[in-house]
Each structure stands twice: as C-alpha cells, then as structure tokens.
Write a protein that binds this ligand. Structure first.
Ligand code: MN
Length: 426
C-alpha cells in the first residue's frame, strides 16, 4: 500500500489549527531567547535514522515468538514497510539490511523500489552468530575468534560477501557484531581469541572499498555469559585502530552494564574521531531492545547533548550512521518504530536547545547549579511543536501514530499479505 499526499493532508487538517497556535507560541518564546526555530527545524529535517530490516516483524524472546499479523515476508515488503514509516515521519530515510536474511534476488528492482520511496541503504550487517543451512563449519564456539582456522576463514569470507552485496546496493558501511565469547572460565584463552579476532577483522578490512567504513560493535555479555571477546568500547576502539582509518567503534545503547556513563563514551570516541555508528533502543536491565525513550529518557538526552557537542566541535569525527536496534515483541512493529523515531527526534531537538555558550561559561565559573539548570531548562521544554513543524514542512504527518491508525495501515497490510505471514529475523 502507499500513503497518498491527499489523504495525509486531510488527516493533518484535523490538528492543523491547534498545531499552528502551539508552534507560534514556542517559536516566539525561543526567539526571545535568541534561538532561531528555523535553524532547529532544518537540523531535525536532516536527521535520518535507518530502520533495520529485521525490526519490521515481531521479535521473540528465548522462550518464544508471537507473530504480528501482516508481517512482511520478503525484502520487497520490508522496504515497503520502511517506506510507510518514512512517508509518515520523514525521518526514516534509510534501511539497514541483515545478510543472509535479506539477500536481494533482483538488485536493480530493490534499488529502484528503495529510490522510489526515498530510502537509502545504510550499513549492511553480517551474521556469524547463527549457523546457516548447509554451512561447512559451526559458529558454536565462535566465529572470527575461533581457534579453528577453517571456521575463521568461513566467517571472514561471509563478511567479505556481505560487503560485495552492500556495494551492489549503494551501501557504504558494514557493521560487525560478534556473539563470540565464552560462557565458562577456562573455556578459551583471552589473548588468543582477541588476536584471532584482530587478524580476522584486518582481513575483512583489507577488501573494504575506499569510500566505505567498518563499524565494530561491542557488547559486555550475552549470548556468552562469562566473557565476550569485544566486550566494551575500549576493545572496539583498539581493534578499530589496529584495522585502520576506515574502521570505527559503534555504540549500541543496550550494550552496556547498568549505569554505564554512555554519554562519556560517546564524547571520548568523538574527540578521537572514532565514533562511526550508533544504535538506538532503551533498556531497564540489559540488552532489552525496548522502544527508544521508554525507560530512561533523561539518559538519552544527556547522550544527545554529547552527540550534538561532538557534531559541532569534532570535525575529526565523520557523520554518524544512526539506526534503531530494537525488538518488538508486544506492539505493532511499525507503531513501535514510529514511537522510537518520535523519541529520537524530540530528544535531539531538546539537546539542540542547550545553550552551549552559557553552559561553557557556567562550567568555567564552576557554577554547578547553573550547569544543571541549563541542561534541565532545555530538557523540560516541550519541543513537540518543533518536531511536528519539521515533519509537516517535509510533507509528513503532524501526528504519525494518529495518521497510521486513521489510515488503517495495519488492517490494509493484513488484507494484502494475510494474517499469518512471518518475517525473517530473530
Ligand atoms: Mn546493535
């Protein structure tokens, strides 16, 4: 299905007057503080977040998976779903494919479909955390870190193939996340595992096209419960440096132990010019993959503060690759993604409102109270009219979730695809 401009405008008309009043009020209040709302709107409009192809169906837990009706059952349908989200939000202009779940059968047709929906191909993701049917070797005891050379070579060859698939789509980066690790003390030798991983990553890096980046993702535990080879940002940073200038660290919000100061990690990496990718989600306990902003919205704001600071002050750091990496077990995946996008753009808007000049003065004066006031003044601003205005100017929905339900998108998808379709993924 496709969303027609006419239908969307009819739905936007319901809230148009109220929105206009609220936007005028906020723009005027910001103007008095010396903030140009048009500049903020421009930045919000430019902020595009990739949707991973595995997030369009219902996810599961290790106990079970309950399908959501009308799930996309092919890569074409997945890209169409991203097109629906992008059509409403205007902030999901990219898709991140997972190989081998999403190998295109017809590259030209897939490229054309994505282009027609204004969707780019963001990072491609390799998968060495599962064994594929017919594979010669198992990843049960690790992939790039494995003590068996033949296993490592199979995993390296897969990553190289993922790069070549990405090249045919116009992708410019590969994300490597490894499940490699050990669940019991003594199971493996830390130094040998790390050495193998570094050598394997260097081999993958050696075929990376000049205009590509390699993102190395870290995670402290799970699926291994004693040690993970790439456990933290320091290990990822070290490996990225060993590979070369096109290799970067990727921060996934859920891949930290409780209470880790993620904003400080972000800041350090950007200062060193080594933050390449960023995965959004939220968590209460571990890698919970919950809707962005649903548990710790203030923590997200503090992270965005450092991202905004880095984007303005660290030209040594490249443009970041943004992606939502969440799993939807209970909600309609498309509604959940819309909620995540709303949280991301709103929090970005709040971070853009932080008066960095005043903050610096307060920091230099050691006025700790004022520093906190400056941050919380921005955080407590209701930025929703700014976000709505940005979306509306780009031709999106004033209220994407309301429009999604008014348009009866899920009902139409079930009508087209049937109730019992199942998307590939975990
Ligand atoms: Mn991730």
């Amino acid at each position: 299905m496709k969303i027609t401009t006419e239908k969307l405008q009819q739905i936007n008309a319901i809230d148009r007057d109220t929105h206009q009043d609220q936007y005028n009020f906020l723009a005027s209040a910001l103007n008095k503080k010396g903030v140009d709302s048009n500049e903020i709107i421009k930045k919000l409009s430019d902020f595009q977040v990739a949707i991973p192809s595995w997030a369009l169906g219902a996810g599961g837990t290790r106990f079970g998976r309950f399908s959501f009706f009308g799930e996309p059952s092919s890569l074409t349908e997945k890209i169409e779903d991203v097109g629906l989200i992008h059509g409403l939000t205007k902030s999901a202009g990219a898709v991140s494919l997972h190989i081998p779940w999403d190998i295109p059968e017809d590259y030209k047709a897939i490229r054309e479909l994505a282009a027609s929906l204004d969707i780019k191909f963001d990072a491609v993701n390799s998968n060495t955390f599962q064994d594929q049917p017919g594979a010669n070797h198992t990843y049960k005891y690790g992939s790039l870190c494995n003590s068996d050379k033949e296993v490592r070579e199979q995993a390296i060859a897969h990553n190289k193939e993922v790069i070549s698939i990405g090249e045919q789509l116009g992708s410019k980066s590969i994300t490597v996340w490894l499940a490699d690790g050990a669940s019991f003390p003594g199971q493996s030798n830390f130094q040998r595992s790390l050495q193998h991983t570094e050598d394997s990553l260097k081999s993958i890096y050696s075929v990376l096209p000049d205009d590509w980046k390699m993102f190395i993702e870290y995670k402290p535990y799970e699926p291994s419960f004693y040690s993970t080879v790439i456990q933290d940002w320091g290990t990822s940073f070290m490996l990225a440096n060993a590979c070369g200038e096109k290799a970067y660290t990727l921060v996934d919000l859920g891949h930290h132990l409780p209470n880790t100061n993620i904003e400080q990690i972000v800041s350090t990496l950007m200062w060193k010019g080594k933050l390449g990718g960023f995965h959004f989600n939220d968590s209460k306990y571990g890698d919970d993959d919950l809707t962005v902003g649903s548990i710790k919205p203030y923590a997200l704001f503090l992270i965005f503060n450092e991202l905004v600071y880095g984007m303005e002050h660290n030209p040594q750091n490249p443009e970041l690759s943004w992606m939502i990496d969440a799993s939807h077990n209970l909600k309609d995946p498309l509604e959940d993604l819309i909620q995540s996008l709303e949280a991301i753009i709103s929090t970005y808007a709040k971070a853009l409102l932080i008066d960095q000049h005043l903050l610096r003065e307060a920091q230099l004066a050691h006025d700790v109270v004022k520093c906190q006031e400056i941050l919380q003044d921005a955080y407590n601003t209701d930025v929703r009219p700014l976000v709505k205005e940005a979306r509306s100017r780009m031709g999106g929905a004033l209220n994407p979730l309301f429009a999604y339900r008014e348009l009866k998108i899920r009902e139409q998808l079930i009508g087209e695809r049937g109730r019992n379709t199942v998307a590939t993924g975990l």
